[in-house]
Design a protein around this ligand. Structure first.
Ligand code: PMV
Length: 321
């Protein structure tokens, strides 16, 4: 085998992490719960290239000047697998990159899975999660399907809480702006950890959020999950705003879209929103309601387009050759 292709999907956190406990090993300071989606995809082909001097990474067809955040992941993989062969890594996203749509999580997860298969490393789930985490703190969650817990209190164990077919939910991504973000989440988290007066209370509240969200998920109670998830999202954005310098990923268009979600909810639908390190709004709703809700938000001048997904599967190999 000289090349392997793998795909992975982004995941969106319903209970978020914002802050690292170990900057070098890129370990989140708090646990998180996410939802892996389908439709949006990172596809990575890794080919063995003995004639090359070093690993080369192409993203969306463009050769990158260096390996960037992939370097720690690839160093770990080559060390654990005792692999010294240079590779060409070609990743493509079918959605906007670095715009708060978790492209780094799906990108890194697809690379870990492809590399593991190409060199037949036989990594355990825990080793895969560690490799992914070195590249992006949220990437281990994209290795797994459905609703996923990344448990910082249990050696960063990452596992599925609910499989995709067990709870038919949809995610409507409302794109308000698809420019690259100005401040990376990695930088932003460090600024918040060091400067926000709310950081410690945010850290302390994490256990409570995880517990409440797990209960709502066990009971498949969407409105309960929505309430706790929106509260968690608002608190994270407050931590960002109270940082110095202040960080604000939300724009007026984001707020406009959130207001529409609240108005649709008032009319009797069960849905909630979440916003990450970018201006896009992700709406979580019952699959049976997604057409109606998509139509409502698509009519907003603040929404340039929408992407609809259901709950998706974990990272996996699609081709070996
Ligand atoms: O690990 P990163 O760099 O993908 O940062 C993730 C940050 C948030 O999306 C805001 C929160 C989260 O838990 O996904």
């Amino acid at each position: 085998m000289s090349e392997v292709t793998a795909i992975a999907h982004p995941n969106f956190a319903l209970i978020k992490y914002w802050g690292k406990t170990d900057f070098v090993n890129n370990i989140p300071a708090m646990s998180s719960i996410s939802l892996t989606i389908d439709t949006l995809t990172s596809t990575t082909k890794i080919s063995q290239k003995p004639e090359m001097q070093e690993n080369i990474w192409e993203l969306n067809g463009e050769r990158q000047p260096d390996l960037g955040q992939l370097l720690p992941t690839l160093d770990y993989l080559s060390k654990v697998g005792k692999v010294n062969e240079p590779c060409l890594i070609q990743s493509d996203n079918n959605f906007p990159t670095a715009a708060g749509l978790a492209s780094s999580a799906s990108g890194v997860a697809s690379i870990v899975v492809a590399y593991n298969s190409l060199f037949d490393l036989g990594l355990t789930n825990q080793q895969m999660a560690k490799a992914a985490m070195l590249g992006s703190g949220s990437a281990p969650r994209s290795l797994f399907p459905g609703l996923v817990l990344l448990d910082i209190e249990n050696q960063c164990d990452c596992h599925t809480l609910v499989e995709p077919n067990q709870w038919p939910l949809s995610v409507i991504v409302c794109i308000t702006d698809d420019q690259r973000k100005t401040i990376s989440s990695r930088e932003g988290m460090e600024i918040s950890r060091k400067t926000s007066p709310l950081y410690n209370s945010w850290l302390k509240a994490n256990r409570h959020y995880i517990k409440q969200a797990k209960e709502a998920i066990n009971a498949k109670n969407l409105s309960e999950l929505g309430q706790i998830s929106e509260e968690n999202c608002k608190q994270m954005h407050e931590v960002m705003k109270t940082s110095n310098p202040s960080i604000n990923y939300m724009t007026n268009k984001t707020i406009d879209c959130i207001n529409e979600v609240i108005s649709i909810r008032k009319s009797g639908f069960d849905l909630f929103y979440t916003v990450d390190a970018g201006p896009q709004v992700k709406i979580i709703c019952k699959t049976e309601d997604n057409h109606f809700i998509q139509e409502r938000v698509s009519n907003l001048p603040s929404v340039s387009h929408t992407l609809v997904s259901n709950i998706g599967y974990g990272a996996r190999v699609t081709h070996e050759g």
